[in-house]
Ligand binder design. Structure first.
Ligand code: TPP
Ligand code: MG
Length: 586
């Protein structure tokens, strides 16, 4: 009997209570972590109950950031993150954050207060068609029409959030349902413990398909694994390493899939897709690709230029209809990533020794190719230039961050450069980029969610100055929450990615791409938190160390990086230029 199951038998409330209290009781039974939201009239009984039950809830300064924080919390713990917003603008502010979770397959429970049904559609203050706005943003929107149904529908929300491909669920709660009361019995309060973390259920691919895939892999001389964020959602890390090692198959990853196996693992060949070290070359030269927990979207495929069509693909994926969407699959493995990798390991066990021997030369290529890449990139990786080179910043992050740390990366260059050059030292979600929707502004609130999910572990959030501007108010939240979060601001005084594209495509005609020169360290200090301005690359290491040594207040490390739009991209972006042999990487 698990602790969770035990909790459902004991400690169950009963008696007359408000809907808000019932909601809070259900979340308490579900052992949720810290919640993020901004109150309003509709959910007041819920807020009141949170206080009485001693549950942790943080006032956030923008509901979008609450949804981002809940998303990051869920990525670290695999348990649903919880956020809330009030009627109207509170609910609509959640949309961007919730779509991040939908596209990323991240379990989140979002509460949205709604109008009192006795007065709906009479121009109530803040009223809007929020259910219609939120519904396509999430995996499921559940409207609660009766106070008595709160426990049942909360159970449903957890089941939907954590089953199949996980995702966010909105509980839309009319004011009268939240403020109304009902005589609950103890039996009303129960939760299925298996739905409290993703994946709630595992499904194995069809046996005949596993055998077909195994035959294809057994006959391949240069098989390659391409893994995405699904490896983390499925908690398939050990199964992935076991399979790759048993079969001597290198592993390339998307930004979200980084840490499927540790970046420092001998079989890890790094990022593939728009930016890559050696992985794209290995894809081109492969004779069998096993894609696991990855949708093969635009960035992973270099805008659908990869992989070459003649290479057979085995696609292991939890959503059946994702298989074959962007590239036809020679074998479709519909199922959970961990279960599928375990089954393939078993199916190929007898020939594993022979397979490793046959692929010895193939595997031996990797260190040489990596060395050649590193030598070529060395002037940038170790650049002493000022303003600081992004590659050097990544080198310093690699040096400074310990194995158990988490790096949260924002949507602009912060994410792309670290996606390419940051190395996680262990398997697991040690790198969290918001690639579901790739909004800028995720870094700081994502760092808040990750910090709360991983107390005692160093958390660094890296964000562009534009992304930071968008959510600066959450520095106040991080201060109030007394988080030892380090926020690295990639200060290029620009909406850099846009400026770099205008440089490449518009002949250097820059429109609405520049930001003011700002000293974010001074801004941080004025907000009562730590602030360090870094203009010399040698000062990066000490600044990161100072930030990570703080345990109860955030530190902003404001890093002055290149302002030259010709130097901003990690490599050629194939939306802008034809890719030629020898194009620079990093
Ligand atoms: C909410 C949102 N608006 C617009 C974009 C398009 N976009 C992608 S990168 C980028 C530049 C962001 O500037 P900054 O955060 O300073 O990052 P930089 O590229 O300069 O590193 C923009 C506007 C986006 N990703 N998200
Ligand atoms: Mg910028």
């Amino acid at each position: 009997m698990t602790a969770s199951a035990d909790l459902t038998r004991h400690n169950r409330p009963h008696g007359r209570m408000t809907g808000g209290r019932a909601l809070a009781e259900m979340l308490r039974l579900s052992e949720v972590g810290p919640m993020f939201g901004m109150g309003g009239f509709q959910l007041l009984p819920f807020y009141d109950a949170l206080g009485q039950l001693g549950m942790q809830h943080f006032l956030i300064n923008d509901e979008r950031c609450g949804a981002f924080a809940a998303d990051a919390y869920a990525r670290v713990t695999n348990r649903p993150g919880v956020c809330d917003g009030t009627l109207g603008p509170g609910a609509t502010n959640l949309v961007t954050g919730l779509i991040e979770s939908t596209n990323g397959g991240i379990p989140v429970i979002a509460l949205a207060g709604d109008t009192n049904r006795a007065h709906s559609w009479k121009n109530m203050t803040q009223e809007c068609r929020q259910a219609e706005i939120l519904r396509p943003a999430v995996k499921e929107l559940i409207r609660i029409e009766d106070t008595s149904r709160i426990p049942e529908l909360t159970r449903r929300a957890f089941a939907v959030a954590t089953s199949g491909r996980p995702g966010p669920v909105v509980l839309d709660v009319p004011e009268d349902v939240c403020h109304g009361t009902y005589e609950f019995t103890a039996d009303d309060f129960a939760i299925d413990p298996s739905t409290l973390a993703a994946p709630a259920r595992r499904i194995r691919p069809d046996r005949a398909d596993v055998e077909r895939a195994a035959r294809l892999i057994a006959g391949a001389k240069r098989p390659l694994l391409l893994v995405g964020g699904g490896i983390h959602i499925s908690q398939a890390h050990a199964a992935l390493a076991a399979f790759a090692e048993a079969q001597s198959i290198p592993v390339a990853h998307t930004m979200s899939g980084k840490g499927g196996i540790a970046c420092t693992h001998a079989l890890n060949v790094g990022l593939f897709g728009r930016y890559a070290r050696i992985a794209n070359e290995l894809i081109e030269a492969s004779d069998c690709l096993l894609v696991a927990g990855c949708k093969l979207g635009e960035i992973a495929t270099k805008r659908y230029a990869l992989p070459p069509l003649h290479i057979p693909i085995i696609h292991l994926e939890i959503v059946a209809e994702e298989i074959g969407r962007c590239r036809p699959a020679a074998v479709a493995l519909w199922g959970d990533a961990r279960a599928g990798l375990e089954d393939l390991t078993d199916a190929l066990a007898d020939g594993a020794r022979a397979a490793r021997a046959a692929r010895a030369d193939y595997i031996a290529e990797i260190p040489g190719r990596m060395r050649a890449w590193a030598e070529d990139a060395a002037p940038r990786l170790h650049s002493e230039g000022r303003p600081i080179h992004m590659a050097r910043l990544c080198t310093e992050l690699n040096r400074a961050l310990p194995a158990d740390s988490i790096l949260v990366a924002d949507g602009g260059f912060a994410g792309h450069w670290t996606g390419l050059l940051y190395d996680t030292k262990r398997a697991g979600r040690h790198f969290i980029p918001d690639r579901g929707l790739a909004s800028i502004g995720y870094g700081l609130p994502g760092g808040i969610g990750a910090s709360l999910a991983a107390p005692g572990r160093p958390v660094v959030a890296i964000t562009g100055d534009g992304g930071f501007n968008m959510v600066l108010g959450e520095l106040e939240t991080a201060r109030r929450a007394r988080l030892g979060l380090t926020v690295v601001v990639v200060n290029n005084a620009a909406s850099g990615y846009v400026k770099a594209l205008q440089h490449a495509m518009m002949g250097g005609r820059y429109q609405s791409a520049d930001l003011s020169e700002m000293d974010y360290a001074a801004v941080a200090r004025a907000m009562g938190v730590g602030g360090i301005r870094v203009e010399d690359p040698e000062a990066l290491g000490p600044a990161l160390a100072t930030g990570m040594a703080e345990t109860d207040r955030p530190t902003v490390v404001d890093v002055v990086v290149t302002r030259d739009p010709g130097q901003m991209l990690p490599a050629v972006d194939n939306r802008t230029v034809e890719i030629k042999q020898g194009d620079r990487v990093a």
